[in-house]
Design a protein around this ligand. Structure first.
Ligand code: CAA
Length: 283
């Protein structure tokens, strides 16, 4: 399956990062979001990142220009008609994703693969919203996308072997390492990461230690690059809560119960770095 043009749905931190690495790898990219200002924000983040690469001597100004010129801004889902692969990185909500995939199924060429960057929702259920479940697959990138090497590749129940092989190859062309996992809530990454973060929040909630102490223990004691509360702020507390709820509902086991403090922060609009306040405050 020859993939030349990739459409990325959602120009937030994940979508913009995915568009960036695809353009750097030489693919033609449509970066799509609902409003032009969302796409613009994504594009300006990409330019900032690429500029840093030029300053650090990792790419030339001409290479940066070429990468940027490969990204077309899009606010019309009809652009999927020109895509060989669509990577959806919209909000983590099954109803919204199902609606997007049903629309993409109508618009995208017959040969096109429809991938989701979902961090925990079932690929099989997303695929069921289309008439091409064999061409639907999970491609779970990590944040920050330009830095993190992993892409979890999730097979839905009906994903064709040929589609899996194509996505594995494309992932390698993005200079990422594909790891194959099966379709269960949270896959592997968030099944393990989120309960750890949730436990760190319980540790704060129960007054075992101050937030800085909890983060310091995990940074210095376990060599994690960020403490779990800093990481939760970085991921977004709404996303953390949503993933915990998906695990809780999917497995029905109380060990995945989201910490009440996490719920409280999200209700207060303290969503982490992106809202200026989470466990810590940001400029
Ligand atoms: N975009 C692009 N590049 C970035 C970046 C960003 N948002 N943030 C940092 N970088 C780059 C920096 O430019 C720097 O590059 P150079 O080496 O060229 O200078 C490099 O990353 C290291 O950055 P810093 O020196 O500023 O800081 P650091 O050493 O603390 O590294 C980090 C930053 C890479 C983010 C590191 O703290 C880290 O690995 N944190 C953990 C990240 C993590 O766990 N991600 C997974 C989250 S879970 C997820 O994404 C899945 C999900 O479904 C929720």
């Amino acid at each position: 399956m020859g993939v030349k043009t990739i459409m990325v749905i959602g120009a937030g931190q994940m979508g913009a990062g995915i568009a960036q690495v695809c353009a750097q790898a030489g693919y033609e990219v449509f970066l799509n979001d609902l409003k032009p200002e969302f796409v613009e924000r994504g594009l300006s983040g990409i330019k900032k990142n690429l500029n840093r690469n030029v300053e650090k001597g990792r790419m030339t100004a001409a290479q940066m220009e070429a990468a940027v010129s490969r990204i077309a801004a899009s606010t019309d889902l009809q652009d999927a008609g020109k895509a060989d692969l669509v990577i959806e990185a919209a909000v983590e909500n099954m109803d919204i994703k199902a609606k997007i995939f049903a629309q993409l199924d109508e618009i995208a060429p017959e040969h096109a693969i429809l991938a989701s960057n979902t961090s925990s929702l079932p690929i099989t259920e997303i695929a069921a919203a289309t008439k091409r479940p064999e061409k639907v697959i999970g491609m779970h990138f990590m944040n920050p996308v330009p830095v993190m090497k992993l892409v979890e590749i999730i097979r839905g129940l009906a994903t064709a072997e040929e589609v899996y092989q194509t996505i594995e190859e494309i992932t390698k062309t993005l200079d990422k390492v594909p790891v194959e996992v099966n379709d269960f809530p949270g896959f592997v990454s968030n099944r393990i990461l989120m309960p750890m973060i949730n436990e760190a929040i319980y540790t704060l909630y129960e007054g075992v230690a101050e937030k800085e102490a909890i983060d310091e223990v995990m940074k210095l004691g376990m060599n994690h690059p960020m403490g779990p509360l800093t990481l939760a702020d970085f991921i977004g507390l709404d996303t953390c809560l949503y993933i915990m709820e998906t695990l809780h509902e999917g497995f029905g086991d109380d060990k995945y119960r989201p910490c009440p403090l996490l719920r409280k922060y999200v209700k207060a609009g303290w969503l982490g770095k992106k809202s200026g306040r989470g466990f810590y405050t940001y400029e």
